[in-house]
Design a protein around this ligand. Structure first.
Ligand SMILES: [Zn+2]
Length: 176
């Protein structure tokens, strides 16, 4: 977990008020999370931590780009990303269940590892469908591939019709 030690923030002795942190995310970071859709990228993550007497507010902002494959043409795609996530960390002596937005840590915990929240911030900032798009990322699909793909789909669709016809024919001839 060496790649993630940079993401540990000491909280014991941290003064009340605002603190800022900066993290760099690259392929070493993504390796730790083992997600085939998210393996390469270069991002900077800013964190503003506001420490209050009984909780902390953590505002993350991930900015940079993710390298992935296009859902349409399968080509390399560099996806720009700019996403913010906020988390609340509560101090408690009792056992509380963590929810999506609220993390509970013990009063005696002296540090917090934010690598998982950084990962979530990046992951949640990704669009559901990733493709070359002039408007959102200024990139174009490989036209040659798209053309071949369309031809293939057309052929497959025709094949479907042919199959249905032969099935029908067979049905009719079997009746005789
Ligand atoms: Zn594409």
């Amino acid at each position: 977990m060496d790649a993630l030690t940079d993401f540990i923030i000491p909280i014991i002795g941290l003064k009340l008020g605002e603190h800022s942190y900066q993290f760099n995310v690259d392929r070493q970071f993504f390796k730790e999370f083992d997600n085939t859709d998210l393996q390469e990228g270069c991002l900077q993550v800013d964190l503003i931590l506001k420490k209050r007497s009984n909780h902390m507010e953590l505002m993350f902002r991930a900015k940079g780009s993710i390298n992935c494959l296009c859902d349409r043409c399968g080509g390399d795609l560099k996806l720009p990303l700019d996403h913010q996530e906020m988390r609340i960390v509560k101090f408690s002596q009792e056992d509380f269940d963590n929810t999506d937005d609220v993390l509970v840590i013990g009063r005696e915990d002296y540090e917090i590892n934010v690598s998982h929240i950084v990962y979530e911030t990046i992951f949640l900032g990704l669009p559901i469908r990733k493709f070359h798009d002039q408007e959102t990322n200024g990139q174009k699909c490989d036209e040659e591939v798209i053309k071949r793909l369309k031809e293939y789909q057309k052929k497959e669709a025709n094949k479907g019709v042919d199959d249905r016809w032969s099935a029908l024919k067979k049905l009719l001839t079997d009746k005789d």
